[in-house]
Design a protein around this ligand. Structure first.
Ligand code: BES
Ligand code: MN
Ligand code: ZN
Length: 496
């Protein structure tokens, strides 16, 4: 990925191109910091090129300054219609175009503001997205494309933005980029490579890279001892042993205790209730919730947040075999509740049940779980928002508001007590799937039965946003790392 620099410290060699984003009706050069002489030269050039800032407009010419060869204006349309998605897509376009043109060192001016955000909020978003905009996953390609990629991204300061201020913002963008990249890489790794144990070792590696994290991995022996019937049950059809990965960030005087739970199904075939062949390969992404948790923990450690944060990742592979769980089987979750497995494809809630119950050990004030849990959530909200459910209205509202700010939208769905009747079993305490109706909220209701008492809890169904079947809103195809920015912002807000 391209390194981030301040334009002020641009290399002696001229940059290949300077890209300037622009909304219609505004002169972008007025909002960027230049010397009077440079500004004059740029203005004259802009006048000759005549960019109008309209959406999808791209206009290039020779750069009048000696520090760059070319100058390109990229239009974004009206500023009061500028969304996170449009800005992200424009940044991605810049990186794609620079890569295609073999521009290795580029300048980037982003004198535009996402509508509804403060200057600072918008700036942080833009820098963070610029830092991640050239993400690709080529680990399994024999021919790597790293030599064809931009390696230096030189950010033009905004008018009035001090060197210190910009450096702090760049530092934060780099930090979040590292977490997002890690989560995307984990998500994109195929099931044969990223097994439950491989997810555990990738987590161990991450915890060695940063200071302040402790990782413990529960294997078969410990899971049996803890009677984690959900995790053991789902994994029993696979040759791959299950794991429960525990990542702990325990600062000296923590202000709060938060547990983050991530669904880590490294491949979900559906099990005996097997999924149709078409599109089954997408189910390698069924551990995106886990990836988000790993990414958040990395950021939390690097930021040294004074909050106790524990990540819990139940990791399994859901396959059919002679030893797999079958519809009708009754399993016992670690809290003693029995569950009739009505559908082996509703496996996420079974492993999350054990993990949610386990969260009690860490005395959490707040528990948030992240899961690619239901196809119904994708039907309801598409790829524009995650569904959130929970037992604390204020917490749901806080997340919804923050999501609007950071560009990771979440939308509340109800957990009416009547939904519990959908999960009534004739033979056990509960069954794991209801009828066709209300797929997302019945899954949420199922999880709720395993949340420790007196804990504020949110369930985030990221089935539609955790990975994308093609580029969308300026996000890459594949894993997105959804939820990392939102969660880090949320944890920071807890400290205010
Ligand atoms: N991992 C899937 C949910 C999913 C579907 C995620 C599509 C992303 C895209 C989950 O384990 C699942 O299979 N859920 C079932 C539940 C049903 C059997 C009650 C579903 O949504 O169909
Ligand atoms: Mn499933
Ligand atoms: Zn699943």
């Amino acid at each position: 990925m391209a390194d981030l620099y301040q334009f002020r410290t641009a290399p002696e060699e001229p940059l290949d191109c300077i890209y300037i984003l622009q909304c219609s009706g505004a002169d972008p050069l007025d909002s960027l910091e230049f010397s009077a002489k440079d500004r004059k030269a740029l203005k004259a050039k802009a006048k000759a090129l005549g960019p109008r800032g309209e959406e999808d407009e791209v206009i290039s010419g020779e750069c009048p300054l000696s520090l760059a060869r070319r100058l390109t204006f990229v239009g974004l349309g009206e500023d009061r219609k500028l969304t996170h998605a449009k800005l992200r897509a424009a940044l991605q376009r810049v990186m794609h175009q620079a890569t295609k043109n073999r521009e290795y060192q580029i300048g980037l001016g982003i004198p535009v503001k996402v509508h509804g955000l403060s200057d600072a909020e918008s700036r942080l978003f833009a820098l963070r997205e610029a830092a991640s905009a050239d993400y690709t996953f080529d680990h399994f390609k024999s021919k790597k494309n790293e030599f064809d990629k931009v390696d230096g991204l030189h950010i033009l300061p905004l008018a009035g933005e001090s060197e210190k201020e910009l450096e702090e913002r760049l530092q934060r963008a780099r930090l979040l980029r590292t977490s997002v990249q890690l989560a995307r890489d984990l998500g994109n790794r195929p099931g044969n490579d990223l097994t439950p144990e491989a997810l555990a070792s990738a987590t161990r590696e991450m915890c060695e890279e940063v200071s302040g994290l402790r990782v413990t991995v529960l294997g078969m022996k410990e899971l049996l001892k803890e009677k984690m019937g959900g995790i053991l049950g789902v994994s029993q059809g696979s040759q791959e042993e299950p794991r429960l990965i525990v990542i702990e960030h325990r600062p000296k005087k923590p202000k709060k205790s938060v547990v983050l739970v991530g669904k880590g199904v490294t491949f979900d075939s559906g099990g005996i209730s097997i999924k149709p062949a078409a599109g089954m390969g997408w189910m390698k992404y069924d551990m995106c919730g886990a990836a988000t948790v790993v990414g958040v923990l990395r950021a939390v450690a690097e930021l040294e947040l004074p909050i106790k944060v524990v990540g819990l990742i139940p990791a399994v592979e859901n396959l059919p075999s002679g030893s797999a769980i079958k519809p009708g089987d009754i399993i016992t979750i670690s809290n003693g509740k029995t569950v009739e497995v009505d559908n082996t494809d509703a496996e996420g809630r079974l492993i999350l049940a054990d993990a949610l119950y386990h969260s009690e050990r860490f005395n959490p004030d707040i528990v948030i779980d992240y899961a690619t849990l239901t196809g119904a959530c994708v039907v309801a909200l598409g790829q524009e928002a995650a569904g959130i459910m929970g037992n604390d209205k204020d917490l749901l509202e806080t997340l919804q508001k923050l999501g609007e700010k950071v560009g990771e939208r979440v939308w509340p769905l109800p957990l009416y007590e009547e939904y519990l009747s959908y999960l009534k079993s004739d033979w056990a305490d509960l069954k794991n799937a209801g009828s066709r109706w209300g797929g997302t909220v019945t899954a949420g209701t199922f999880l709720q039965q395993f949340v420790p008492e007196k804990v504020s809890w949110v369930h985030m169904d990221i089935a539609g946003v955790g990975y994308l079947e093609k580029e969308h809103n300026g996000l890459p195809k594949g894993a997105t790392g959804f939820g990392i920015d939102l969660t880090v912002a949320f944890l920071e807000q807890l400290l205010k």
